[in-house]
Design a protein around this ligand. Structure first.
Ligand SMILES: *Cc1c(COP(=O)(O)O)cnc(C)c1O
Length: 390
């Protein structure tokens, strides 16, 4: 069995309304730095119940400026999960900070709060406590933020939630992005994520000071706010550069798409849940561990990850993966543990350092999941997997 056209693991859902909204911007006075960026930011902060939202070029840039806004320098240490995309760790390295990892929980695949606590106690004795922890809401399911937040108070670190997978998800009935248990939350609007702007990202916070710093860093470090200037002036052309910043601005074109997508987000996520229920049903008697859902969370289901049971020896993960790819099913793997990347090995990390992440990685495959995936396509995927595994 083979499908004619490759079914990707994730893809955007664009409709006529999205195109209409983009066209409106193209016919307007501003392509960038116009009113639509502000509208999108307001809509994001409202949707998530956060005081401030700053949109920018992508989540990688947002993670970086979030670290800068929290004052990360070469003297600091940042910890994140090994089971994430490179950016969650790279953002600390951009600042010259030292990076370390905390292994994941066997069930949720999220940063494990117990391992975090144990590692903090050791780090305290060595006087090597991290300044920031970056929990990643893997596949769209929230980390145990209450516990991580308690530890933050005890060990005095900041929290940046990498919620690139998790816009629209909830934790204890509040939306991810409300920053109840963190300083800053980051979203990605890459086309495979829950909603898209093409490229795009955002940082949400309840701190005015942090929001202003982030805004400064994404616009060259320049300000037109006389209260922030060294030599305030009434001259209308006057601005001052008070920090070393970047051009990480997003455009009105991107944000028009973002605004239009945000209107459909809950429908998108409901559709993802429907498809997840069908996968769970169709795959339940196979030698697979299916996604565990913690009762405190409502996932946005960015990813549907299956994990070959350790006891199952008839086929390797690579065999299953290759056979699915041969059948034109665009499966993927999330994630190669970040500490095993050649760049990070240079700092002394090696295979064996974070065994749960590594064992998970060796047995896992991400199946196609996105709102436009049809039941028919999904049934074909399920049949193909059944054929391979039984
Ligand atoms: C996609 C992703 C990013 C990076 O997002 P961009 O918007 O592409 O920069 C960062 N962290 C995680 C966990 C992601 O999945």
């Amino acid at each position: 069995m083979r499908v004619n056209k490759i079914i990707p693991y994730g893809r955007q859902s664009i409709d006529e309304l999205d195109i209409l909204e983009i066209n409106k911007v193209l016919n307007s006075d501003w392509l960038t730095q116009g009113p639509v960026v502000t509208h999108f930011e307001q809509a994001l902060s409202e949707y998530c119940s956060a005081a401030y939202a700053v949109a920018c070029t992508n989540a990688t840039a947002a993670l970086y400026v979030a670290c800068l806004a929290l004052g990360i320098t070469v003297n600091d240490i940042v910890w994140t999960s090994p089971n994430t995309f490179l950016s969650s760790a790279n953002c600390a390295r951009f600042c010259g900070a030292q990076i370390d990892f905390v292994d994941i929980d066997e069930k949720t695949y999220n940063l494990c709060p117990d391992k975090l606590e144990a590692k903090l106690l050791t780090a305290e004795k060595l006087d090597k406590l991290p300044k920031i922890i970056i929990p990643v809401h893997f596949a769209g399911q929230s980390c145990d933020m209450k516990k991580i937040h308690q530890l933050a108070k005890k060990f005095n670190f900041h929290i940046i939630e990498d919620a690139s997978h998790a816009i629209g998800a909830t934790y204890l009935d509040k939306r991810i992005g409300c920053c109840q248990y963190s300083d800053i939350t980051i979203f990605s609007f890459h086309p495979v994520k829950i909603i898209t702007t093409g490229e795009g990202g955002a940082a949400l916070t309840n701190s005015k000071e942090i929001a202003e710093k982030i805004r400064l860093y994404i616009t060259h470090g320049m300000t037109r706010d006389s209260k922030k200037m060294e030599n305030p002036s009434n001259d209308l052309w006057y601005y001052e550069q008070i920090e070393l910043g970047f051009n990480y601005r997003i455009t009105d074109i991107h944000c028009a798409l973002g605004l239009s997508q945000l209107k459909k987000i809950d429908t998108f996520i409901r559709k993802r849940h429907e498809l997840v229920a069908r996968y769970n049903e169709g795959l339940k008697y196979l030698p697979l561990t299916l996604p565990y859902q913690h009762p405190d969370t409502y996932s946005s289901f960015h990813l549907y990850v299956i994990c070959l049971m350790a006891e199952y020896k008839n086929k390797t993960r690579a065999q299953l993966f290759n056979e699915l790819r041969q059948a034109n099913i665009g499966v993927n793997v999330h994630y190669i543990p970040v500490h095993t990347q050649p760049y990070y090995k240079k700092f002394g990390f090696q295979w064996g350092d974070f065994p749960v992440s590594e064992d998970y990685y060796h047995r896992t495959i991400t199946l196609p999941l996105y709102p436009g995936l049809s039941y028919e396509q999904q049934d074909t995927i399920i049949s193909i997997i059944k054929n391979i595994l039984t």
